[in-house]
Design a protein around this ligand. Sequence first.
Ligand SMILES: Cc1cc2nc3c(=O)[nH]c(=O)nc-3n(C[C@H](O)[C@H](O)[C@H](O)COP(=O)(O)O)c2cc1C
Length: 382
Amino acid sequence: MFIEKCHNFHDFRRLAKAKLPSPIFNYIDGAADDEITYRRNTRSFDDCDLVPNVLAGVEEVDTSVTVMGQRLEVPFYCSPTALQRLFHHEGERAVAAASEKYGTMFGVSSLGTVSLREVRKHKNPQAYQFYFHKDRGLNRAMMEDAKDAGVNIMMLTVDSITGGNRERDLRTGFSIPFKLNLNGISQFLMKPMWGLNYLTHEKFKLPQLDNHLDMGNAVVSISQYLTEMLDPALNWQDVEEMVKYWDGEFCLKGIMSVDDAKKAVDIGCTGIVISNHGGRQLDGSRSPFDQLQEIINAVGDKIDILMDSGVQRGTHVLKALSLGAKAVGIGRYYLFPLAAAGQNGVERALELMRAEIIRDMRLMGCKSVSELSPENLRHRVK
Ligand SMILES: Cc1cc2nc3c(=O)[nH]c(=O)nc-3n(C[C@H](O)[C@H](O)[C@H](O)COP(=O)(O)O)c2cc1C
């Protein structure tokens, strides 16, 4: 199959599976425990239906939104994800260039494999995803780096205070650098093109951390990094100090309760992302789409509310916007096409999502995102 023949998330996923060594595919595709939350995330969109209006004169459709002071040409953005050069040698360079082309935001992970400074050369809005380390000096140094690089939004991930139990990674021995068991090695030998690309491109690095931590030589799984390096004592006061120190657009990623959303407002955050990390952390937790209405009702007029997890279709985005989300994050939806075809793949995915949204807004009788409202939705009675 070729990338041009991919028409949706499932096609991209199939092509990525064909190209990647299975430990890497399973790192992207996998989630925590029994992966119940992972499956629910997408299914939750099926429990409500769109109610279109017609004859609304929809030849011109405006898909732009403004989130935390940033104008996005489309109401979705690339959520921060770790280790992108492992998935395709172009890695973050591909995602930064593709998101710039579509005028949307790129979330750069602190576990990114290209430096913040390099991806900052692109002119689209960028959020820097931050993990709070035990070492407070390191946190300050990383924030200074982000300020110097001219990042627009600080995005602190708060749902990863310890690593989720990702059993697929335990089985394959997925770690950085690789420390594979015999089975793992054989999986890599079965995908020689990936290996050739990996070996013939620049050495794998984690530039956001390499200046501060000796990650390169240690063999750590991502779960081990989250568990051993991040500070489980992190509390609201610490974050309030961080918000003051940053003194700009500040967003918490991984908020799920109304109480926490209210606290985020109280400490001066300008945004929250309702997210369960794509089901990769607490299995059995509610899906962000199911939880969106409660949070919008409580604080929707006080803070910008974004959501991610499980988004695979333009109609998923329109449902979340109808409830009042300002924009929607995508994760695996752009990672599988990245793995399948680098920048071309990500561009194809963003183009398909944009085209779906324009077509579906026309079919909904909406000329702009602001015309979407809860009136466009009906929840099914169970
Ligand atoms: C392979 C992978 C790596 C990720 N790495 C990070 C990360 O470094 N930091 C972070 O805050 N979220 C990370 N996430 C979570 C995403 O930002 C996002 O919340 C999630 O992918 C949304 O779910 P979806 O994949 O169903 O769209 C990662 C997700 C995946 C699939």
